[in-house]
Design a protein around this ligand. Structure first.
Ligand SMILES: CC(C)(COP(=O)(O)OP(=O)(O)OC[C@H]1O[C@@H](n2cnc3c(N)ncnc32)[C@H](O)[C@@H]1OP(=O)(O)O)[C@@H](O)C(=O)NCCC(=O)NCCS
Length: 153
């Protein structure tokens, strides 16, 4: 469905992607550019030597915001982040990419799927699927009251 059709209904799903709960084997999106691509640093590690989950969650939230602002010019606040399961660890030096896809635009909210892939520092050509999340953001005014999503002019 074209984005212009958004005004015709309060909500709909868009894009080819299914929701996270559907069981499919993740595939590295070679044809797309990530919203964020970042090398993990020693400051991001926990005492076990792996990256803090919270660091990945931060970048998931930021990636979703970048995607969400493609559709809404004003303030967006995160209301929910669903089903974040870390399937693989991330290490210091890994190049981590956050791919985004808008899966739903509602009356006041936009939901973005964020898919996280790591390229190991040690094995440069191997992409490892780390996790994915559904992030829902709500458009709010300067009083933090929800408002209708409106597209950029
Ligand atoms: C976001 C907020 C304004 C929503 O207010 P509300 O009156 O409770 O909103 P509603 O329950 O009517 O839901 C608003 C939209 O969010 C969606 N939503 C609400 N809770 C949700 C959830 N748990 N999961 C997915 N979507 C959700 C609703 O479906 C609705 O979408 P739609 O209008 O596109 O159909 C309010 O909860 C808030 O201010 N939360 C804090 C946000 C924040 O500060 N985030 C940063 C945390 S540090």
């Amino acid at each position: 469905m074209a984005l212009q059709d958004r005004e015709r209904s309060d909500s709909r799903e868009i894009g080819s992607s299914s929701m996270v709960s559907e069981i499919t084997e993740p595939r590295y999106p070679t044809e797309r550019q990530p919203a964020i691509c970042i090398i993990m640093m020693p400051r991001d590690t926990n005492p076990l030597g792996t990256i803090f989950g919270g660091v990945i969650l931060f970048h998931i939230d930021m990636s979703a915001a970048i995607e969400g602002h493609r559709y809404h010019a004003g303030r967006l606040v995160t209301v929910a982040m669903d089903q974040v399961v870390f399937k693989q660890p991330v290490f210091d030096g890994d190049l981590v990419s956050f791919f985004t896809e808008t899966v739903r635009i509602g009356k006041t909210s936009v939901t973005v799927k964020v898919s996280v892939w790591a390229k190991r520092h040690s094995t440069a050509q191997t992409f490892i699927h780390v996790t994915e999340a559904l992030v829902t953001m709500v458009a709010v005014d300067d009083q933090f009251k929800k408002v209708t999503i409106h597209k950029h002019s």
